[in-house]
Design a binder for this molecule. Structure first.
Ligand SMILES: C[S@@+](CC[C@H](N)C(=O)[O-])C[C@H]1O[C@@H](n2cnc3c(N)ncnc32)[C@H](O)[C@@H]1O
Length: 218
């Protein structure tokens, strides 16, 4: 039911597009329902591209930063194990699913897009985990031990969220490939890896270099 509703909403914006369940190339232990790889993205006409820009379906992709942060969490589970986690800008929920698999005490997916929250439910079911929902950080009143955020700094105005995250939680993991001159108080670089958005959007090399930062309250 959840997946068929997502498929219906997807094809209303992108003609003949459907979802397919795939194991992520770099995190094969996680399966997600994403835009089918074979979809001929290069054949989209201008009207459809305009429609997509007005109704971005971020949840139908696993962004390069999401794939890297999910891998990082599974390789370094101590960041989330036994902790109350919130995945900010969850999209498909890839990072939240990784946190749940890695042993988080609870995981909240936070996204302003109701369809993203539906996609998170679908992907949680596919991976046998349970995720709570929040439609914004402000509306969530529960305790948070760590905030996870991947590919949410695509707009420079969003850089102010880095401090908001630390006001809300004692630690933060951010994965990003968009900000070249990342320098934020109380954040340090942990790792840098090459990756890509899935299905592949043929983004430039620059956007395939994903860095993971740890933010800690002083
Ligand atoms: C590029 S997607 C990244 C999705 C996922 N984290 C990943 O890496 O695959 C960014 C997501 O942030 C969400 N978003 C944008 N502004 C937000 C806000 N103020 N609060 C919560 N989510 C937000 C969007 O709806 C979208 O799902």
């Amino acid at each position: 039911m959840t997946r068929s509703e997502l498929s219906r909403r997807l094809s209303a914006v992108i003609p003949n597009a459907d979802l397919e369940v795939v194991a992520l190339p770099e995190v094969p232990g996680i399966r997600l329902a994403l835009l089918q790889q074979s979809y001929p993205q290069h054949l989209l006409d201008n009207d459809t591209v305009a429609k997509i820009m007005n109704t971005p379906m971020y949840w139908a992709f696993c962004w390069a930063s999401g794939q890297v942060l999910a891998r990082f969490i599974l390789d370094n589970p101590h960041y989330v194990k036994g902790r109350r986690v919130l995945d900010f800008g969850a999209g498909s929920g890839v990072v939240a699913v990784a946190a749940a698999i890695a042993g988080a005490r609870s995981v909240v997916v936070c996204d302003t897009d109701p369809l993203a929250l539906l996609a998170c439910t679908c992907n949680a079911e596919l991976n046998g985990v349970v995720l709570e929902h929040a439609s914004s950080l402000d509306s969530y009143s529960g305790e948070i031990d760590i905030i996870l955020a991947s590919d949410v700094l695509y707009d420079r105005a969003n850089l102010s969220w880095l401090q908001v995250f630390l006001n809300r939680a004692p630690s933060v993991l951010v994965a990003d490939s968009r900000v070249r001159d990342f320098s934020a108080e109380n954040y340090q670089l942990l790792s840098a890896n090459s990756s890509y958005t899935f299905p592949d959007l043929d983004e430039s090399q620059e956007f395939r270099r994903v860095k993971v930062y740890l933010g800690c309250r002083t």
